[in-house]
Design a binder for this molecule. Structure first.
Ligand SMILES: Cc1ncc(COP(=O)(O)O)c(C=O)c1O
Length: 398
């Protein structure tokens, strides 16, 4: 069979695909290549647990396979057992009653963003997003014809988005995105602040989307859910972080009543259902706190090793990393180019990190994200290598 291999010059490529590239990928790719060559790489660039899914979850998957079920499509909002178990999780963790009808199981939290943006907003709507922040919020919004509006959440704002800033804008946004604990900073929005944000959004008719994917990973007390203060927020979460199940691609949303049907229709058309065997096994994930809390203890220890061992030049103005598994180090005393700095650090010491540029288009060149999701041994090694690197870096600069 022959076909025309010449691309006609008039064929369109959608403008919506022109989202910014993931610049930190360069450093990550380089780290992976060096790893493959057998070099001793210390991975502080990874945003995921190195531990496996909890054992009862894996056992449940194997058992379900053994039963030779058809494992066909599930209903779009998820299997009833999982939706019910997620609703119970809200009772156990936050002491609030959530009707299982409001739970939508998604393919990771990432599709939860897509569904929430498409169900709550129209093309041209403006959504305030914290800066620095997780790049997918901005990129997905741009791809959907929404307008992400930068809401500063840096050192000048105490690393928490300030409502007053939005009040000073020409017009209020249609939506507000928050994430606590936050990626890349690890900052936790204090409970009284979260309450104010929820009340403010309700008062002004601003749709709140609360990304709570790092709940369970906090080191200065438990995090509250936005659902404690409002039923109008879309809450997004997943099994990827605390539950140590990134590749299983199971997330969920807690939806306001009016968005259940729109979200269901979108899910049916986008992915039909989240993977059925994984949903069956995922029911067990909520009964594994002993195993999962042991990981949190390790992160806690890792965090302490970095906080007490990293050079003051990196930690002096770092964000308070009270949650998630990241330190957002301010490297501006050493460099104004986080990509080159990360490449040099990797090249000279084998420590892989993530430059801040993807998280913050304005000031990210001054920041480096260091993940402490790895092993405790890795953290000790990282501290040793980074300290030596900084000594040499300063010597070279002098
Ligand atoms: C803040 C935040 N939200 C969402 C995600 C996406 O997670 P997933 O799609 O695996 O649930 C990530 C991944 O790193 C993240 O950091």
């Amino acid at each position: 069979m022959s076909y025309n291999k010449i691309t006609p010059p008039s064929l369109k490529i959608a403008k919506r695909s022109e989202m910014p590239p993931f610049m930190a990928m360069d450093v990550m790719r380089l780290a992976a290549e060096l790893d493959a060559q057998g070099q001793d790489i210390v991975h502080l660039e990874v945003g995921q647990p190195s531990s496996s899914a909890p054992k009862p979850v894996m056992d449940a998957l194997v058992e379900s396979m053994g039963q030779q079920k058809s494992h066909g499509y599930a209903v779009a909002l998820g299997i009833p057992e999982l939706r019910q178990r997620i609703a119970e999780h809200y009772k156990q963790w936050y002491q609030i009653d959530i009707d299982a009808e409001r739970v939508a199981v998604t393919v990771g939290s990432s599709t939860g963003f897509a569904i929430s943006f498409m169900s709550a907003f129209d093309v041209g709507d403006r959504i305030a997003i914290p800066n620095p922040g997780y790049p997918a919020y901005r990129n997905l919004m741009l791809g959907m014809g929404l307008e992400p509006v930068i809401l500063p959440a840096g050192p000048n704002e105490g690393w928490v988005p300030q409502l007053q800033q939005m009040e000073e804008w020409d017009r209020l946004p249609d939506g507000l995105m928050i994430a606590s604990p936050h990626n890349p900073t690890g900052v936790v929005i204090p409970d009284d602040e979260l309450k104010k944000i929820c009340n403010w959004c309700d008062k002004h008719g601003v749709r709140l989307i609360s990304d709570e994917i790092y709940h369970g990973l906090s080191y200065t007390g438990r995090c509250e859910t936005a659902l404690k203060y409002t039923d109008n927020a879309i809450v997004i979460n997943s099994l990827s972080k605390y539950f140590s199940m990134t590749g299983w691609r199971i997330g969920w949303m807690i939806l306001p009543e009016q968005l259940i049907t729109p979200a269901e229709k979108l899910a049916q058309n986008l992915y039909i259902s989240a993977p059925t065997p994984n949903q069956i096994a995922a029911v067990k994930a909520f009964d594994c706190s002993d195993e999962l809390d042991a990981h949190v203890e390790r992160y806690k220890e890792n965090r302490q090793i970095l906080l007490s061992g990293l050079p003051a030049e990196l930690l002096g103005q770092a964000a308070p990393c009270d949650g998630a598994f990241y330190i957002y180090a301010d490297i501006s005393k050493l460099s104004n180019d986080s990509i080159s700095f990360a490449k040099e650090l990797l090249d000279q010491t084998g420590v892989a990190s993530t430059p801040g540029v993807d998280f913050d288009p304005l000031d990210g060149h001054r920041y480096l994200r260091l993940s402490f999701a790895g092993s405790t041994k890795t953290m000790h090694e990282a501290v040793k290598r980074i300290n030596q690197f900084v000594v040499n870096y300063k010597k070279d600069a002098a």
